[in-house]
Design a binder for this molecule. Structure first.
Ligand code: NA7
Length: 516
């Protein structure tokens, strides 16, 4: 939406193809109960329009999905974006015609459109995946992925519900529905570390203060490596006294948002010893909150350290397991054998359900690209090029795919997504402006620039503990063929370094690109 807005400013004709029936992307598709920001609302909207900032009121510090969807609709209306968006238009192919210097985009309906420039804004988490479990289609009741929650109102009150997965999504669903369902069985393969969100409504006084300080808020986001308001503490967890460490962690655990993740001691996410101490602290919290010690142990990750996967934030998640109507099924102990017409059969029991929920995640970052047949000159397929790992320059262009520009592609800095999006869109808009000013019609990164950036991306990721752990962030999704090997899908050298790099490339006249 922001890219459309910026390109219009250049006087360009733009056509946006959107698979959904309306605007919203992630917040259009993910309508499951409890879906909400884990990021401070007031740091997570668009920053480009002062008027928009001043007129919009976030009701809560961490906005719920309906509010975010309302916000994105408001933005679409305010900037009159809909007239250039074609909804219900899933793109299935994009082929580059070398001689004509044009992309041809094909929709599911067979319709085609041609344009000199193709911009992908596919979202890193839009290709949802279902588990490959025998009998999956045999279940007689409603069964759906969280990203395809039924649009018509559906009450879960008193129902027997089974949910597969315990990622950020599942945690939001579980804590939200546990109080109303008759019975809830959670099928867990890997427990995740989670910490309290501490959400609450924004008071009128806070609203005023927020509106008066947007410039400072966004300036602060510019200074942190994740673009969140939280910045890592410069101290090492290992150099402070145990009392000091404990006090700091207690404080972080009691504070809202991602502070405990990205505002922790500087080495918690890089040094295994510091990480082990932080993990032990959070494990203790879980043990305190879950009454049955056996269940508590199952909920404590043993094979990955705190924060080495995207940290889900929770509101009463652990206490859910103290309820009589909630059962945690560790599928490592009792594997799922099949889905049956009545529910789920594990190695030791038949679980009967009225509703089955798949909170089984996404084929992250490259998945949405793999699902489109993208071909460059000579029929070169992006999917083949990226079969091992993606190769990009700045995460904004792939080698061999002229005039295809990516918003939030692989290898860009990621954290506070709207901040990342605005930065990339502004930069791409600058590149396009440069091309138009110089009469250039074709852009492609130089192979040596791609090689250098890709190597730098790999090197930066290797310093973080998360790159040794399987997750969507490291490109592992065992429900997708060939996606069982870890890859580097983001730039983890920090948003500040990323910005410095992209600004330098622009300031020096885009020398890493070949233009025609
Ligand atoms: P995640 O974080 O990828 O979580 C998916 C969950 O589903 C995770 O617990 C998986 O277990 C589980 N899963 C996936 N496939 C299976 C099968 N076949 N059997 C059992 N369990 C399975 O996705 P989310 O939607 O929760 O969150 C994605 C992002 O959205 C999140 O990081 C935020 O940025 C917002 P596993 O861990 O693979 O063993």
């Amino acid at each position: 939406m922001y890219q459309l807005h910026r390109l219009r400013e250049l006087g360009m004709r733009v056509r946006v193809f959107e698979a959904g029936s309306d605007v919203g992307g992630t917040w259009y598709w993910n309508r499951y109960p409890g879906a909400r920001f884990d990021s401070e609302s007031w740091s997570y909207g668009y920053s480009f329009s002062e008027e928009l900032l001043q007129e919009w009121e976030w009701p809560e510090h961490f906005a719920a999905q309906p509010d975010t969807l309302r916000y994105l609709n408001h933005v679409a209306d305010k900037f009159d974006l809909r007239r250039d968006i074609r909804f219900d238009s899933r793109v299935v192919a994009a082929h580059f015609d070398d001689a004509a210097n044009r992309w041809t985009v094909t929709l599911e309906s067979g319709e085609q459109a041609r344009a000199p420039l193709l911009i992908t804004a596919l979202g890193p988490l839009s290709a949802h995946t279902l588990p490959n479990i025998p009998g999956r289609d045999s279940f007689e009741g409603p069964a759906f992925h969280t990203a395809r929650w039924p649009r018509e109102p559906m009450s879960l009150a008193g129902k027997r519900v089974g949910i597969i997965g315990t990622g950020a999504t599942a945690i939001q669903v579980i804590q939200t529905i546990a109080g109303e369902v008759g019975h809830l069985a959670v099928f867990q393969r890997t427990p995740n570390w989670a910490a309290p969100l501490h959400n609450r409504p924004i008071t009128p006084e806070e609203q005023k203060r927020i509106k008066a300080s947007y410039r400072e808020i966004f300036e602060r986001c510019r200074q942190t490596d994740t673009c969140f308001i939280h910045q890592a503490d410069p101290r090492s967890a290992l150099e402070v006294s145990p009392e000091e460490r404990e006090a700091f962690w207690e404080k972080l655990y009691a504070e809202p948002g991602f502070g405990i993740w990205v505002g922790n001691f500087r080495d918690v996410l890089t040094d295994p010893r510091a990480n082990a101490l932080a993990s032990e602290f959070v494990a203790r919290k879980i043990r305190e909150r879950v009454r049955d010690p056996k269940v508590a142990e199952k909920l404590i990750p043993k094979n990955h350290g705190f924060g080495t996967r995207r940290l889900p934030l929770e509101s009463g998640y652990y206490e859910v397991y103290n309820q009589d109507n909630v059962l945690l099924v560790d599928i490592n102990e009792t594997p799922i054998e099949r889905i049956t017409p009545k529910g789920i059969r594990t190695s030791d029991a038949e679980h009967e359900f009225d509703v089955l929920i798949y909170a089984t995640g996404f084929d992250g970052v490259t998945g949405p690209y793999d699902r489109i047949d993208i071909r460059g000159p000579g029929g070169r397929r992006l999917k083949d090029d990226w079969a091992g790992t993606p190769r990009t320059f700045l995460g904004m262009q792939a080698e061999g795919f002229p005039n295809m520009l990516m918003v939030l592609g692989p290898h860009t800095a990621r954290g506070n997504i709207p901040r990342n999006i605005e930065e990339i869109v502004d930069w791409l808009t600058g590149l396009i402006r440069h091309m138009r000013a110089h009469g250039l019609t074709r852009v492609e990164p130089r192979p040596e620039a791609v090689a250098e950036w890709t190597a730098h991306v790999e090197e930066a990721a290797s310093r973080l503990l998360f790159s040794r752990v399987n997750s969507w962030q490291t490109g592992v999704n065992r429900n997708v063929e060939g996606r069982d090997v870890r890859r580097t899908l983001g730039y983890y050298g920090g948003a500040v370094a990323y910005r410095r790099k992209i600004e330098a490339v622009a300031a020096q006249g885009y020398r890493e690109f070949e233009f025609r």
